[in-house]
Design a protein around this ligand. Structure first.
Ligand code: UDP
Length: 315
């Protein structure tokens, strides 16, 4: 049965891939985005699809929607560490006021609610890998706090609306995700290294490059999201690829697949940069029969053409 699904942040990197998938499955999708980091290019191809609608609006302001809704999926938020300084207050607002408004809309419409949370709720983790039961290690006043704490608040208010108002909610914690449609000025490590390698520049490694991340291709994430929509489960679910790389190892993989001659340029590490990050995905495996299928080299190869087109635009 086709559903009517509102996606906040649906013109962003992950939101637009989700919109594609839900449209492909025959649903009526409404994208609400204020384009602070989202881009109309990401959804241009959907504008001609019957039933698809784009609303240019900031979810942190009151939302009024004519249509009946089956789902409110809250994906809006700048999410890159470079945004944490530039967009500190909009990030705090979208995680707090925006989540409140999106939950209020879901309640008004009798819709289900889906929150995109983040591995950043674990902060600089002292438990490795990170299961959902870990409460995290977040500096509440550091530069990353604007994102980490607003997402922690978003999870808290989502659970409160579930408990108090009986809203049928879902929460995912998304680990590092990459793929086509990331912003050229995104600043995240896969974007930076790929663009630098394509342009023959040095790869900028922050710190000693021994910090780790686990990188998930966007299609794997979307599959996990769609599966969770079909299961009534209210506690958070980690969605990420558990294969862990140091930043120096990532640099090597990117140099190999681009055949770049780039050297490594070491730059200072940002404050509170998590030392290690890797999801424990036992819950998603058991609940959703889900695990990532696309390994890093394959996913990066599938992303190269997109990053090459960005390099051409910026040169
Ligand atoms: N990083 C790096 N060079 C860059 C960008 C990032 O070495 O040009 C490092 C960063 O310090 C962090 C890791 O890569 O340890 C992942 O950073 P990213 O910004 O992609 O996201 P995060 O996982 O920190 O949210």
């Amino acid at each position: 049965m086709p559903e009517t699904i509102l996606i906040t942040g649906g013109a962003g990197f992950i939101g637009s891939h989700l919109a594609d998938r839900l449209v492909k499955e025959g649903n009526k999708v409404i994208v609400l985005d204020n384009l602070v980091t989202g881009r109309t290019e990401n959804i241009e191809h959907l504008l001609k699809v019957p039933g698809f609608k784009f609303i240019n609006h900031n979810v942190s302001e009151f939302i009024s929607i004519e249509e009946d809704l089956d789902w409110v999926m809250h994906f809006a938020s700048p999410a890159s560490p470079v945004d944490f300084e530039k967009l500190a207050i909009p990030i705090l607002k979208v995680g707090s006021l925006g989540t409140h408004n999106a939950l209020g809309l879901a309640r008004e419409k009798g819709a289900k609610f889906f929150l995109a949370s983040t591995s950043e709720v674990y902060g600089c983790p002292q438990v490795h890998p990170q299961p959902e039961s870990y409460f995290g290690n977040v500096n509440p006043i550091g530069p990353r706090a604007v994102y980490d704490e607003s997402k922690r608040f978003a999870e808290a208010i989502t659970m409160a609306y579930h408990r108090e108002h009986g809203i049928d909610t879902r929460i995912i914690r998304i680990f590092n995700t990459y793929g086509p449609r990331m912003r050229v000025d995104d600043g995240r490590v896969v974007c930076s290294f790929l663009s630098q390698a394509i342009e023959g520049k040095d790869l900028t490694v922050f710190g000693d490059g021994l910090q780790t991340r686990s990188f998930q291709y966007v299609d794997d994430l979307i599959e996990g999201i769609v599966r969770l929509m079909g299961v009534e489960f209210h506690e958070p679910v980690n969605l990420g690829n558990p294969v862990e790389f140091t930043m120096l190892e990532l640099a090597d993989v990117i140099k190999k697949i681009t055949a770049a001659k780039s050297e490594i340029k070491y730059l200072p590490l940002g404050q509170d940069d998590p030392k290690r990050r890797k999801p424990d995905i036992s819950r998603a495996k058991e609940l959703l029969d889900w695990e990532p299928e696309i390994d890093l080299e394959i996913g990066l190869k599938m992303s190269i053409d997109y990053f090459k087109s960005l390099s051409k635009l910026s040169s």
